[in-house]
Design a protein around this ligand. Structure first.
Ligand code: AMP
Ligand code: GLY
Length: 424
């Protein structure tokens, strides 16, 4: 089969490497792909948001199955366009992708269907939002309604910060139209867990749980990033928590989307916070997480293509989705300075005998030479029989991958390890 994967980051590289293991895959194309993905797929260079070019390419190149990985093309309706041309796809259609595309939609859905989440208010008028903030409990959380390149959320520890966040969304429009509606919500505390799931509208099959590390610096300090590393499984996600999440969150969400006439097929990502009052939804994403995918898919033992096709066809209930009981750790190597100013264009060397998988996010080919081209350059994922072994190996192997100005957090997995030792 000919497969087209839309996207060009570390997540897409992990999806492509996993798909490549399927005996039924003949050729994989990526839109756009990147310099590292080029080792595993044909990179078309077509932008992930150029839906017209993607659809045209898929038709002209006899694509049998498409995987739309990033949020933007999903929310714009890439799946609808491809399916209209008769190309089966993995990913939600536009009506279902709104679950990530609009925070106002997702919050109202959770309220209507009694799915546990932070208390909230919606505002489309700045004066009203500012008035509310005069007496709102602090800390508070300000969220732009629409997609904002992952930057639309401000956890405000003071009233001034909350006011500034509202003004930057609604007055300065730093997120464009995404910020003309905002959600102001209750500040929750507790460990965070990412649970990616396959769902076809009749069953939800959670993948192995994971833990992201969003801040740039050790000890969860510094600015928010796209994710500096991950571990799986997440030790806070015990069997008891998993059972509650299935009953109180996963199935109710799937049913709510069905009831709204927005059946969700694809990867539904639950960003959860385990509060003292039980698990609550922090966010839904309509896609695989990045860099969660880089630890989750290496643990998948079933054939990814088969699972993705079953998801698209509504046949998940009959399909085996099996994960290894082992542990995985992904350490992201970034360009020093990320997420602020950084330099790129440096050659990358990856030893041929590396005992880990490399998922490339921000690199391009200069002739035959792979050079850094982004903030997050690549992720190094290692597996181990224990979490400790996976972490140790990921760092040992990441240390063997070289490029100038490389930066990584030194404590990926440390919190998970402490939780494990504390018997969580
Ligand atoms: P997001 O950009 O939606 O992934 O949110 C970024 C981060 O903000 C989340 O991973 C949480 O750590 C934090 N966050 C979002 N909503 C809340 C909330 N209601 N209470 C506390 N922290 C939150
Ligand atoms: N790692 C968080 C996300 O993919 O949104």
């Amino acid at each position: 089969m000919n497969i087209l994967v839309v996207g060009g980051g570390g997540r897409e590289h992990a999806i492509i490497k996993s798909l490549k293991k399927s005996p039924r895959v003949t050729k994989i194309y990526a839109a756009p792909g990147n310099g590292g993905i080029a080792a595993d797929a044909v990179c078309t260079g077509i932008g992930a948001k150029d839906l017209e070019a993607i659809t045209k390419f898929a038709k002209e190149n006899a694509i049998d199955f498409a995987v739309v990985a990033p949020d933007d093309p999903l929310v714009l309706g890439a799946v609808d366009l491809l399916e209209a041309e008769g190309i089966p796809c993995f990913g939600p259609n536009k009506k279902a992708a709104i679950l990530e595309g609009s925070k106002v939609f997702s919050k109202n859905l959770m309220k209507k269907y009694h799915i546990p989440t932070a208390e909230y208010q919606v505002f489309d008028d700045m004066e009203a939002a500012l008035k509310y903030l005069e007496t709102a409990p602090i800390p508070t959380v300000v969220k732009a309604d629409g997609l904002a390149l992952g930057k639309g959320v401000t956890v405000a520890m003071t009233r001034e910060e909350a006011v500034a966040a509202v003004k930057s969304c609604m007055e300065d429009k730093v997120f464009g139209e995404s910020g003309s509606h905002i959600v102001i919500e209750e500040f929750l505390t507790g460990p965070e867990v990412s649970v990616l799931s396959f769902t076809d509208g009749s069953v939800v099959i959670p993948m192995v749980s994971s833990m992201d590390h969003k801040r740039a610096g050790d000890g969860d300090t510094g600015p928010n990033t796209g994710g500096m590393g991950t571990v799986a499984p997440n030790p806070y996600y015990t069997e008891e928590v998993a059972r509650r999440c299935m009953e109180e969150i996963f199935l109710p969400t799937m049913r709510a989307m069905n009831a709204e006439g927005r059946t969700f097929k694809g990867c539904l990502y639950f960003g959860l916070m385990l509060t003292e009052k039980g698990p609550k939804v922090i966010e839904y994403n309509c896609r695989f997480g990045d860099p969660e995918t880089q630890v989750v898919l290496p643990l998948l033992e079933s054939d990814l293509l088969t699972v993705m096709e079953a998801t698209a066809q509504g046949k998940l209930a009959e399909t085996e989705v099996k994960f290894s009981p082992r542990h995985a750790c992904c350490v992201v190597l970034a360009s020093e300075g990320y997420p602020k100013k950084y330099e790129s264009g440096y050659p990358i060397t990856i030893p041929a005998d590396l005992e880990a998988e490399v998922f490339v996010a921000g690199a391009k080919l200069d002739g035959q030479v792979l050079k850094t081209s982004g903030g997050r350059v690549l992720g190094v994922t290692a597996l181990g029989d224990t979490l400790e072994q996976a972490i140790q190996k990921a760092y040992d192997q990441a240390g063997r991958v070289k490029f100038a100005n490389a930066y990584c957090r030194r404590d990926i997995g440390a919190r998970a390890l402490r939780a494990k030792e504390a018997g969580k």
